[in-house]
Write a protein that binds this ligand. Structure first.
Ligand code: KG4
Ligand code: ZN
Length: 338
């Protein structure tokens, strides 16, 4: 099955063609980072307008570069949520309209399911069941993934998502947007140990997270110090250490509590080098295999949406010609496969 995927949930326009026999045939991404940088965060109306400008040109590029004709496509997958309503509507409207014109099925994909399945785009893909750590700008959760569509959330953030905490910390340190990569970059110049931040909620049982206190710890440290380049790097370093340490501790705990032998890491923060190193370090001691998407497929992309759509359409899922988007969409509400 050959599927065109469209991602427009936030500030990246992603388009890809995935073939369930041949793998990923092509993909393109246009990042709106420069458009939003001046505002220190994503401006929803600007995001929607830019998706409108970019989806079709990107689609033409992907189809031409992968030598795929529309008549050889078997379906279209678009991100139906969660995300910004206007931005989601652009991908949904274009996906549905082309599917109607080309007389092929279309399917709305859950953005987080896309992230979750992204490691399956890699050469040595994980098979079900597995434990997943999903870390993005809007979500931080550990889930028991039993089969396609059978997901149980074991723990999640009670306040800020870890990506959000990276972004807010970057902002208060004057490191700009997007914050995650900026904090990681600054941290490489930091002196480990100059600041010590808490590892929130690791001293109580359970798998929930809390990251807003960590961001506040960074804010207090910034206020109490002369904020020169070295202090900024040192705070970034302490923040990253504490955030990564917390995620790794909870993953180790979740692996001991379950019988999983595979750990899948996905979402934008999964691109963080320190997190990748530390989680890979769990493989030996915990006797598990750890899977990551390549860094460019940790952050938003069309390939993961095409893949998730292909898996759902192959499993026989169908949708009518109308469409709706879900700016908020708990993973537990996903249409089940069975
Ligand atoms: O998955 P994603 O691209 O979009 C959402 O679905 O939210 O995740 C974006 C988040 C942002 O908060 C960004 O700062 C963070 O992922 N991020 C990183 C890194 N690259 C992206 N955080 C830490 N280190 C990175 N290298
Ligand atoms: Zn995402």
């Amino acid at each position: 099955m050959r599927i065109l995927g469209i991602e427009t949930s936030c500030d990246d326009t992603g388009v890809a063609v995935y073939d369930s026999q041949l793998g990923l045939l092509g993909h393109r991404l246009f990042s709106q980072t420069a458009l939003h940088a001046a505002y220190g965060g994503v401006v929803p109306e600007l995001a929607s307008r830019d998706h409108i400008r970019k989806v079709l040109p990107l689609m033409r590029e992907v189809l031409a570069a992968s030598s795929v004709q529309p008549h050889s496509l078997h379906g279209i997958a678009y991100t139906a949520g969660p995300g910004l309503a206007g931005a989601l509507l652009v991908g949904a409207a274009i996906g549905r309209t082309l599917a109607w014109a080309w007389q092929i099925p279309a399917i709305g994909v859950h953005h987080m399911e896309g992230h979750l399945l992204a490691p399956m785009l890699e050469p040595d893909p994980p098979s079900f069941p597995f434990l997943a750590l999903l870390v993005s700008g809007g979500h931080t959760l550990i889930a028991d993934i039993r089969a396609l569509g059978d997901y149980r959330v074991l723990g999640e953030s009670v306040d800020d998502a870890v990506g959000e905490a990276f972004d807010k910390t970057a902002k208060l340190l004057g490191l700009g947007y997007p914050g995650g990569p900026a904090v990681a970059r600054a941290a490489t110049q930091g002196t480990p140990g100059r600041f010590q931040f808490p590892r929130p909620m690791t001293d109580r049982p359970g798998l929930d997270f809390s990251f807003s206190g960590l961001k506040t710890a960074a804010l207090l440290a910034a206020r109490e110090t002369t904020l020169d380049a070295q202090a900024i790097a040192d705070i970034a370093c302490a923040f990253q250490e504490a955030a990564v340490d917390t995620l790794v501790m909870k993953c180790a705990r979740a692996l001991s509590m379950t019988s999983h032998s595979r750990l899948v890491v996905a979402g934008g923060v999964g691109a963080n080098r320190l997190l990748r190193e530390r989680l890979a370090g769990l493989a030996g001691p915990m006797n598990v295999q750890v899977y990551f998407p390549r860094p460019e497929f940790c952050t938003d992309n069309g390939a993961m949406i095409a893949l998730a759509g292909a898996m759902r359409l192959e499993a026989g899922l169908q949708e009518g010609p109308g469409f709706t988007v879900h700016p908020r969409w708990p993973m537990g509400d996903l249409p089940s496969i069975a």
